[in-house]
Design a protein around this ligand. Structure first.
Ligand code: AMP
Ligand code: GLY
Length: 429
């Protein structure tokens, strides 16, 4: 079996790593891949965002299955175009991917379906948005609001505002200065939710939902959730805050009604649906939907899946997904992201990385590559998030210890990582 994985981050390396262990031993291709993926697959030098060239490659090379990692090609309609060519592909069609591609569309769907989420209003006009913000801060002294660009903004489109000035500024950036281009042509002014965040992903075949084990990301750049938002600086799975009871509530109140509402609109969702949740005092509320596997969540979820992954992905495409297709190891998994100094802002590239083999020789450790490439036989830094150093162990405490032991083996100039990945889970265990 020939499989093409689209993307070149830690999530895609984890996917390729899992697929490479499948009992059918598929031959694997990645576009564009990274230095780690090149050890398990053939890298094809096509950007994950270059949909026409990906379609052309697939028409010639006829993969039996294509798995799409990032949101940009999904929202651009890659799945629709592959299907038009008779190619099997795992991921939602363009209309379904809009759940991530437009936060306003996602809100409309959630509100129509009665899915618990923060109250919000959308605007395409700065003075009206700013008037609402002023009213909120006048009514409540220590108010907070969240300003969100409607479209895809590479993780930079959400601003949690503690003051009226910050909120006015965020609205001006999006609607007047147009820093997000058309992605910020409309903004949501959203109620601030208090609580703990968790990521709950599910496989969906259009009708049936199979929830994946929970995970928790660490979005801020620095320890104690300080600093700017990033793509994610580390993760663990399972997330103790998501109890079995809460999992049932999330399936019943979030995934079920969302998919029913989409079907009412003639939209069939197939692939992974990722709910970013705030667990508030009054229950789980959706912060966002993503139409794909999470990154770094995938690095801690896939090592916990027992046996083959391909049958579950194929069942999503064929509409015959059943819970027995996904079985779990009882162990806990922790991933610490090693990032380049300056990330999520400007960072240097090209620095050699050492110690990956030493880290991998520790039992239970896997090192997933993200922004890496091979240069004159060296693995060098090629992105902001560089590696996901991951450990699978019997308990979360052992997984945290082992992951940090492995982190110590790895060095590159300017390497930065959070030293508190998993701390919340440890407090609960
Ligand atoms: P999003 O891309 O919508 O998940 O937002 C990015 C991050 O902003 C989330 O992971 C939260 O940390 C924060 N955030 C988004 N919406 C809210 C909200 N309504 N209340 C509090 N924090 C939020
Ligand atoms: N970990 C956040 C995301 O995948 O969007």
């Amino acid at each position: 079996m020939k499989i093409l994985v689209i993307g070149g981050g830690g999530r895609e390396h984890a996917l390729v790593w899992k697929l490479s262990r499948d009992s059918t031993r598929p031959s694997l291709f990645c576009a564009p891949g990274n230095a780690g993926m090149a050890e398990l697959a053939i890298n094809v030098p096509i950007s994950a965002e270059d949909v026409p060239t990906l379609v052309a490659w697939a028409k010639t090379n006829r993969p039996d299955l294509t798995i799409v990692g990032p949101e940009v090609p999904l929202c651009a309609g890659l799945v629709d175009q592959f299907e038009k060519e008779g190619l099997r592909v795992f991921g939602p069609c363009k209309a379904a991917a809009k759940l991530e591609g437009s936060k306003i569309f996602a809100k409309e769907v959630m509100d129509a379906a009665g899915v618990p989420t923060a109250k919000s209003q959308w605007f395409d006009d700065a003075p009206r948005a700013q008037r609402l913000v002023q009213q909120i801060f006048m009514k409540q002294k220590n108010a907070k609001v969240v300003i969100k660009a409607d479209g895809l903004a590479a993780g930079k489109g959400v601003v949690v505002c503690n003051t009226v000035a910050e909120a006015m500024g965020a609205i001006t950036e999006a609607l007047v200065k147009k820093v997000f281009g058309s992605a910020g042509a409309r903004v949501l002014v959203e109620e601030y939710l208090e609580g703990e965040e968790a990521s709950v992903l599910a496989l969906v075949d259009g009708e049936h939902v199979v929830m994946l084990s929970s995970a928790q990301d660490h979005k801020r750049a620095f320890d104690d959730d300080q600093g700017p938002n990033t793509g994610g600086m580390g993760a663990y799975s399972p997330a103790p805050i998501i109890t079995p009871e809460l999992e049932r509530i999330i399936e019943r109140e979030v995934f079920g009604p969302t998919l029913v509402e989409l079907r009412k609109r003639g939209i069939v969702y197939k692939g992974v649906l990722y709910a970013g949740l705030m667990i508030t005092k009054s229950g789980p509320k959706v912060l966002e939907f993503n139409c794909r596997f999470g990154d770094p969540e995938t690095q801690v979820i896939l090592p916990r899946i027992k046996g083959d992954l391909i049958p579950a992905l194929e069942a999503c495409i064929d509409g015959n997904l059943t819970p027995d297709l996904v079985r779990w190891k009882p162990q806990a998994c922790v991933c610490v992201v090693a990032a380049a100094d300056g990330y999520p802002g400007h960072y240097e590239k090209g620095m050699p990385i050492v110690g990956i083999s030493e880290a991998r020789s520790i039992p239970g450790v896997e090192v997933f590559h993200a922004g890496t490439k091979t240069c004159e036989f060296n693995v060098v830094v090629n992105g902001g998030r560089v590696l996901g150093i991951t450990a699978l162990k019997d308990t979360i405490a052992e997984a945290v210890d082992t992951a940090y032991k492995a982190v110590k083996c790895i060095r590159f100039s300017g390497m930065r990582f959070r030293s508190d990945i998993g701390a919340r889970a440890l407090k609960k265990s």
